[in-house]
Write a protein that binds this ligand. Structure first.
Ligand code: GCW
Length: 711
């Protein structure tokens, strides 16, 4: 026994055995760094000096002491003064006289209350590292940034870093129901145990807040946009307040989704007409009540007149009437309203891709100053790939807040490895041409294009009650990437991937390289085996897992796959040019013209904008049919290769996570084959062409694929 323990101890010290990991600690693991870094860091980080007391400063102190001690593998004591080289001095000019004396006021004011400065400095001849901000939240973000420098083996000798968030509201949207279920959640139940609240607040709530704060996420909408009025009842407000009490120290505000008909359901009024004085008064009183229990309440998120939800149009009013009424209720308290643009009511011959623009664009300039319009990245619905939503660049007088989906509703749930930073990068970099070349979505979102005073971004959360938070260990990287991009939408995907890998999985350089490659290739690969060349919305209806391009049974035409791909004997794709729905006209001329012409439309969007003959010559010289088939095969090949590559990392990644990830990669491979076979067999019924060389024969018949869903 003794010998076994001794061997294990030796192996652990030499780093040969990696300990089992359940993924709970996310990217905040703080395990001891490789030897080469310890020698560099230990003399430079010897104590933590965070003067002053407040919940946030206490959180900073605790995180740094714990993080540094873990990473450096020796105690890093908390001290009240700088009495040796290597002190980490953290705070604001108010909380720390050391920082006040540095004369950084101007720089800190310019960085704002959430921005921070990290600099090597000297106090009384002793070397130190200062993490300073004008606000305590900024000091907290700076502390996490510093920990990230250590976690990613960044040199810390001559630090001079200034950073501040580019977007103001960096918010997660939880589609969590009051019964604990999560709409489009694939990682267990809701994080909020409504039954136990407010008396008991799970320790996970604090760890969730820490994880968000480490990225700079500063808001959380607790409940589903398909909202239940009860969440605004006095009882539930007390529960939300208990969560807000934990979030507060971490700079996170609570928001709630508001059901538009709440005045009827909760208040007993006869109507929820936004111009009715009683209704307006009810919302005002409700807001006052909320701010009494949650003084820093962020505001409301609203899904109105969409997919059966009530809204102002239920009362013959418009979106502006609805949004501005709620805005007036929260304005005296400094709250905001995030009004969703996901509105698409079916009219005869309408194109769903054009609906949100048609519904909302005419209201540009009419929303109250504390309203943001929350717009999904693409015009349909979180597809594996979509062109950017035409509302970006079309509402210069309205703050537009992108809504990204972190949870993988249409992207293989928590079974498929898809690193979404690449997809979001493509979105942010898209040029709207609203004010000529260079009018990127990033500039619309960060407010620089049109001088917006209010900016924000939302991500539909993928975290749930499972131990590792997100189901697939790799899905943690999408939460991470969302937060990093919300702070700085210009960040490079490789950098985000490498940071996350080093913090979460391994410091082994070769492994980092292999994993980063898998992650960076993953989005394109998933598009290849699901919806290449601009195909979209051909998933199984309802749950949206796996292919069902044949689907034509839903009562709404725009919930059927055939509505979106329009396959017939002449070809494939949705004609959104002048000869079709002309939705392409919603883009600014250079974009519109490029998308509208079949010879200039990027091939990745070809079938989004055009109905294309099966024999159409693609850039490769192949026909559309052959090219399509080869995309599907490429996706399968990638999934297979990813499984093999992952195998090679067996000794490097801890066995627990290695095995769990391998299992999910095997599911992904199976699903990729299923997708390829089902879609190609179905479309072959129209194309009437053989599969090209290099594409494998389907494993089952079309009837078998149709007979049951992959789930
Ligand atoms: O993506 C669709 C989902 C719905 C969701 C809706 C929305 C919350 O299928 O589950 O409802 O979008 O964004 O409102």
């Amino acid at each position: 026994m003794l010998i076994v323990s001794l061997i294990v101890a030796i192996l652990c010290v030499t780093g040969v055995v990696t300990r089992a990991e359940d993924g709970y600690r996310l990217w905040l693991r703080y395990d001891q760094l490789p030897e080469r870094m310890l020698n560099l860091y230990r003399p430079r980080v010897t104590s933590v000096v965070v003067p002053g007391r407040s919940p946030t400063l206490d959180a900073v102190r605790e995180e740094l002491a714990k993080g540094c001690a873990g990473l450096l593998g020796n105690p890093v004591p908390v001290k009240t003064e700088v009495d040796q080289d290597g002190a980490l001095v953290v705070g604001t000019p108010k909380s720390s006289t050391l920082i006040a004396k540095l004369g950084w006021e101007r720089q800190l004011i310019n960085l704002g209350p959430e921005g921070f400065r990290i600099r090597s400095a000297r106090f009384g001849g002793r070397s130190a590292i200062v993490i300073a901000s004008n606000g305590e939240a900024g000091a907290l973000y700076g502390a996490f940034h510093f920990l990230r420098l250590l976690q990613t083996s960044h040199p810390i000798d001559h630090l001079d870093i200034s950073s501040s968030p580019r977007l103001q509201l960096r918010v997660l949207n939880h589609w969590d129901n009051l019964d604990g279920s999560v709409e489009r959640g694939y990682a267990g139940k809701s994080l909020w145990d409504w039954k136990a609240l407010p008396e008991t607040v799970s320790p996970r709530v604090r760890d969730y807040a820490r994880a968000n704060a480490s990225l700079g996420i500063n808001g959380s909408v607790l409940n589903n946009v398909n909202a239940n009025s009860q969440s605004l009842s006095a009882e539930y407000l007390r529960k939300a307040a208990a969560i807000a009490d934990v979030f507060r120290s971490y700079g996170i505000r609570v928001y709630l989704s508001a059901r538009f008909s709440a005045p009827i359901e909760l208040g007993g009024l006869k109507t929820a007409d936004p111009l009715d004085p009683d209704v307006r008064e009810w919302w005002k009183k409700k807001a006052d009540e909320i701010y009494k229990v949650i003084p820093d309440f962020g505001g409301f998120l609203v899904k109105a007149n969409s997919e059966g939800q009530p809204g102002p149009r239920t009362y013959n009013r418009d979106h502006v009437d609805g949004a501005n009424m709620l805005a007036a209720a929260v304005a005296p308290h400094g709250g905001t309203v995030m009004w969703r643009a996901f509105v698409y009511d079916a009219k005869p011959d309408y194109d769903r891709a054009a609906a949100a623009y048609d519904n909302l664009q005419p209201f540009d300039g009419r929303f109250a100053p504390n309203v943001l319009l929350q717009v999904k990245n693409g015009p349909i619905d979180f597809q594996p790939r979509e062109p950017f939503h035409p509302l970006f660049g079309a509402m210069p007088k309205t703050p537009l807040m992108p809504e990204l989906q972190i949870t993988q509703e249409y992207l293989g749930f928590s079974n498929h490895l898809v690193f979404l930073a690449s997809m979001w990068r493509e979105f942010f970099d898209a040029d709207t041409y609203a004010k000529g070349h260079g009018s990127t979505v990033t500039k619309v979102a960060d407010g620089s294009l049109d001088g917006q005073r209010l900016t924000g971004i939302a991500g539909v959360a993928n975290a749930g009650s499972e131990t590792n938070w997100t189901g697939h260990h790799f899905a943690q990287s999408n939460w991470y990437a969302f937060g990093r991009l919300a702070w700085n939408p210009d960040l490079d995907s490789r950098r985000i991937a490498e940071e996350w890998i080093r913090m979460t999985l391994t410091q082994d350089n070769n492994a980092v390289e292999v994993i980063a490659r898998i992650m960076l290739e993953s989005h394109e690969a998933v598009v290849d085996y699901m919806t290449p060349l601009g195909l979209h919305h051909i998933m199984w209806p309802g749950h949206h897992y796996g292919p069902a391009p044949w689907w034509d049974d839903s009562k709404r035409p725009d919930w059927n796959s055939v509505y979106y791909h329009r396959a017939d004997e002449s070809g494939l794709g949705f004609d959104r040019t002048k000869t079709g729905s002309n939705a392409v006209a919603q883009y600014h001329p250079p974009v519109r013209d490029r998308f509208a012409r079949i010879d200039t439309c990027p091939e990745k969007f070809l079938l989004w904008f055009h109905h294309v003959p099966w024999d159409h010559r693609m850039q490769s010289g192949r026909t559309l049919w052959d090219e399509l088939a080869l995309h599907y095969q490429r996706g399968v090949d990638w999934a297979r290769a990813a499984c093999k590559d992952w195998e090679t990392l067996a000794g490097v990644i801890d066995p627990e996570r290695h095995a769990e990830i391998a299992k999910r990669l095997a599911i992904q491979e199976r699903d990729a084959v299923w997708w390829r076979d089902a879609v190609l067999l179905y479309f072959q019924g129209f194309s009437k062409r053989p599969l090209p060389k290099g594409v494998e024969k389907p494993q089952k018949t079309l009837e078998e694929y149709k007979s049951k869903s992959l789930l």
